[in-house]
Design a protein. Structure first.
Length: 82
C-alpha cells in the first residue's frame, strides 16, 4: 500500500511540485516527475479523503475551499497576523 508507514515521501530531485502524494503514486506505477510534497495551498484533505474512499484524488470534497487568510508561498508558510 502506498500510504503504509505514515510518511509523506518527497522526491527532492524534482523541482516540479504540483501534486500532493505524487511520490507515493509513483511508487505504485503512476509514473510522474513531481516532488510529491505539499504546500499549504493544496487541498490535502480533499485528496486524502477521496483517495481513501474511492482510490481517486478527487470527488469527495470536505466543503472547505480556502483558508480564511492567504498564506505565504515560502517557508515557514505563515499567514500575516490579524
Amino acid at each position: 500500500m502506498a500510504l503504509a508507514g505514515n510518511r509523506l515521501w518527497v522526491n527532492s530531485r524534482s523541482r516540479l511540485c504540483r501534486q500532493y502524494l505524487a511520490a507515493e503514486f509513483d511508487s505504485v506505477g503512476d509514473t510522474n516527475a513531481d516532488c510529491g510534497g505539499r504546500s499549504p495551498a493544496y487541498d490535502a484533505v480533499d485528496v486524502f479523503r477521496s483517495l481513501l474512499a474511492h482510490g481517486e484524488t478527487h470527488g469527495l470534497p470536505d466543503g472547505v475551499d480556502a483558508d480564511d487568510a492567504a498564506v505565504s508561498d515560502e517557508f515557514p508558510f505563515l499567514a500575516p497576523p490579524q
